[in-house]
Design a protein around this ligand. Structure first.
Ligand code: 5GP
Length: 141
């Protein structure tokens, strides 16, 4: 039961360069960028370049590549921001909380004293997102 892929979803537009993003990492198969409505400071999204709405449609090589990028970015986020914890999450279908129909992995750093912000609700200051992206990129060099 494959989900139809909507080529007009916002992550497809970002991947095609038709919409902007605060990029932190890119390779042949994946892209990582800042979430513009972060649940905590340093919330990063990792997406495969392959067209897939949900994890069920993702090829095994693309899934592997995503997980390698997720681990790489998790290490960079930890080094850049020194959180006391870090969530990796991935939602499939609206009943699971998915709002953008292109597979993606959330990397959400956590601090004991900071409450988790609501999902996809509060736009962040673009200057702050760029500053955090720069810090994370510096750890990838
Ligand atoms: P989902 O609910 O599908 O698991 O997560 C989608 C995520 O994408 C949310 O955390 C939301 O804040 C984020 N998001 C929505 N629109 C945009 C956008 O235009 N750019 C970026 N960078 N993130 C977005």
């Amino acid at each position: 039961m494959a989900t139809d892929y909507d080529r007009n979803n916002i992550f497809a537009k970002i991947l095609r360069g038709e919409a902007p993003c605060f990029k932190v990492f890119e390779d042949e198969t994946t892209l990582a960028f800042m979430d513009v409505m972060p649940q905590s400071e340093g919330h990063v999204l990792v997406v495969p370049k392959e067209d897939a709405a949900q994890i069920f449609e993702l090829s095994a090589p693309a899934a592997l590549a995503c997980m390698q990028t997720v681990q790489r970015l998790s290490l960079a986020v930890r080094a850049a921001l020194e959180p006391t914890g870090l969530i990796v999450a991935q939602f499939n279908g609206s009943d699971a909380g998915q709002t953008v129909p292109h597979v993606h992995f959330h990397i959400i750093p956590r601090w004991k004293s900071e409450p988790l912000l609501p999902h996809a609700r509060v736009p962040a200051d673009p200057a702050k997102l760029e500053a955090i992206a720069r810090k994370i990129r510096a750890q990838l060099q």
